[in-house]
Every structure is written in C-alpha cells, then in structure tokens.
Write a protein that binds this ligand. Structure first.
Ligand SMILES: CC/C=C\C/C=C\C/C=C\CCC/C=C/C(=O)SCCNC(=O)CCNC(=O)[C@H](O)C(C)(C)COP(=O)(O)OP(=O)(O)OC[C@H]1O[C@@H](n2cnc3c(N)ncnc32)[C@H](O)[C@@H]1OP(=O)(O)O
Length: 304
C-alpha cells in the first residue's frame, strides 16, 4: 500500500491537458518513466487498475481490475478518467491500450447499483462522472485502442467505442453492444451518437431499439469492432496496431480526430446540465426503478 501511494505520488502530474476539444482542465508535469500507477479506491481498498507505461514505445496499458465484473461505479469511473488524464499530460505517452485484468469480462457497463435506490443528488454526481469519462476518452489526444478480452455490454461497449480502434478476443461466449433497452432504460443521445459514428445510422437504429448484444463475429460484421484475434494475442496485436497509428504525425492525426468527433463532443458539452437533469428525473422514476430491480433480481437468479 505504501509503495503504491509512493508510486502514485511519483507519477502525480500537473499539466494542462493537451485536449484538442478544449474542454479539459489539468496541471503540468510528467511521469517518472517507466511507471506503474496503481489506482486505489479511497487510497485504502484493493487496486482497481494498473497502468503500465513503456517509455521505449510510448504505449501505456491500462488494465481494469474491479471485481467481479468491472462495473463502472462513480469511484471507478473517476479513477479511469484521472488515469487517462495523467497519461495525457505525460509527453512520453502517445497511446493507451485499454483492457481488463479480469477473466471473461471487459466491463459489465455502468454499475446498476449506482442507479438503483440512490438519491437524486448521488445519481447526478454519478452521471457527471459517466459524462466525464466519455468526454476524456472521446477527445483524447492519445491513440486509444480497446483490447476487448471479454463481454462488454452497455457502458462497457461505450467505453470501447470511445477508442480509436477495437480488437476483440474471438470467443463466441463473449458479447458486446448497447443493451440498455433490455433493462427498460434508454441510451442517452451521446451513447446513441457514439454508436451511430461507429456502425452507421441504420445498424444503430436496429441495435439500439432491440438492445442487441453481438457475438464477436457479428460485431466484426457490423463494424462495432475492427479486428478479432485469439485471446492470447490480444494485447500484442493491440500494440502492433498502435504502430500504424504512430506512423502518422501526431498533429495531423489529432486534428483529423478532432474534426471527426468535435461535433458530437460539443453537442454534449452544450447540454451537459440538461442531460444530467434528464438522467436524474428518468432514472428515479418509480417505473424505471422497478425495471432495474427486476433486472438485478434476474441477474442474481441466473447465478443461483
Ligand atoms: C425520456 C428519456 C430520455 C433519455 C434518457 C435519459 C437518460 C438516460 C437514462 C439511463 C441511461 C443508463 C445507461 C446505462 C448503461 C449501462 O451500462 S447499464 C448496465 C448494463 N449492463 C448489463 O446489462 C450487464 C449485466 N451483467 C451481465 O450480463 C453479467 O453479469 C456479465 C455477462 C457481465 C457477467 O456474467 P457472469 O460472469 O456470469 O457474472 P454474474 O452475472 O454472476 O455477475 C457477478 C456479480 O456482478 C453483478 N453485476 C453484473 N453486472 C453488473 C452491473 N452492470 N452493475 C452492477 N452489478 C453487476 C451481478 O449481479 C453479480 O452480483 P452478485 O449476485 O454476486 O451480488
């Protein structure tokens, strides 16, 4: 623990985030390199991720480790966003591979327990963290590659779709997609926009309404993921893929990325508070709370 805190302090950064979308604020500095950041929930619980930056390649690997299913709670979302921000501020870092340290699951999506039985204030705080994570990843100056080594429903799929490139383990037991409607909830406009930007309007229309979860093969067919590989080759393939992106001058790639994504980012930035109040009033409705309760019960029954 003491070692982890010391490493965290050593890696602490303070630089203005080089964000071409212009919405992020930060501090100036750099990591000691090579560097392992062990993010600690409340600085006292088990680690929720590791971030290893290889200073010789400029590639960081962010491994999510929040058992049992990497569900995205307020704390975990905040850790993820802060970790990306630290990498952004490190001039030695050019790209990040996001993957899971858990077997069979990339991320189970947003933590349903953050949306069930919580006060409106807490729901609002949670939703702001979801927005923040999306904004940071979608606008990142870094090359971002998702190495999807397990199932990735809803918010997990969203996280992967914020990346520049997605490689998934070719295992028919895994699935990926925005399945919100299956829970009786609705993917907000910026989840929808990210999906449309990834797979196109018609495919997104069908997938979102039906809350479809795709096998890796089907996800490849619709363009939700870009490549399938055997699981053991996932991280090495991601590192190789990164080389193609690194071959392009950073400024040209970043400006192009911004041109592609800025309208979608600006849409959320200009409606952030309204989006939070829409979420809070939607999620705290009795009928929606009942749907979430039922969904949670079914998850538990499935296990029993
Ligand atoms: C008018 C309105 C207009 C606009 C709307 C405005 C606003 C928008 C409103 C809402 C938007 C919300 C967007 C939501 C996004 C989401 O991400 S919701 C989460 C969706 N996720 C899922 O559906 C995944 C559910 N989980 C699973 O399918 C499986 O757990 C798994 C495939 C991921 C893993 O399977 P297994 O390995 O078999 O593991 P278990 O199922 O046994 O699970 C272990 C343990 O974990 C708990 N759990 C699983 N997922 C979650 C989760 N997402 N959150 C919290 N907890 C989760 C599960 O219940 C088990 O718990 P225990 O039984 O051990 O206590």
């Amino acid at each position: 623990m003491a070692t982890a805190l010391r490493r965290l302090a050593k890696c602490s950064v303070s630089a203005r985030l080089l964000s071409f979308a212009g919405h992020s604020r930060g501090r100036r500095g750099h990591f000691a390199r090579p560097c392992t950041v062990v993010a600690q929930r409340n600085f006292s619980s088990a680690s929720t991720m590791t971030v290893d930056l290889d200073s010789s390649t400029g590639i960081a690997v962010m491994k999510l480790h929040s058992p049992p299913v990497n569900s995205l709670s307020l704390d975990f979302l905040t850790e993820i966003a802060i970790s990306l921000e630290k990498l952004e501020m490190n001039k030695g870092c050019r790209g990040v591979v996001v993957t899971s340290a858990l077997p069979k699951i990339f991320s189970a999506g947003l933590d349903i327990l953050e949306m069930y039985g919580k006060s409106p204030e807490r729901c609002g705080e949670f939703w702001r963290a979801v927005q923040e994570m999306w904004l940071k990843f979608y606008s990142s100056r870094l090359v971002t590659v998702a190495a999807i080594n397990g199932s990735s429903p809803a918010g997990g799929c969203l996280l992967s779709m914020t990346c520049d490139y997605r490689i998934m383990a070719d295992n028919p037991r895994y699935s990926i997609g925005l399945n919100e409607t299956q829970l009786g909830i609705v993917a907000p406009f910026w989840f929808k926009d990210t999906m449309v930007n990834t797979v196109g309007h018609r495919t997104a229309e069908i997938a979102l309404q039906l809350g479809l979860l795709y096998s890796p093969q089907d996800a490849l067919k619709i363009g939700m993921v870009d490549e399938l590989v055997p699981e053991e080759k996932l991280v090495s393939t991601a590192t190789e893929a990164m080389a193609r992106w690194f071959a392009i001058p950073d400024h040209a790639r970043q400006i192009t990325k911004s041109a592609m994504r800025k309208p979608t980012i600006d849409k959320l930035l200009s409606a952030r508070e309204t989006d939070i109040s829409n979420f809070v009033s939607f999620i705290t409705k009795d009928s929606i709370q009942k749907s979430l309760k039922l969904y949670l019960e079914n998850l538990r029954k499935k296990k029993a």
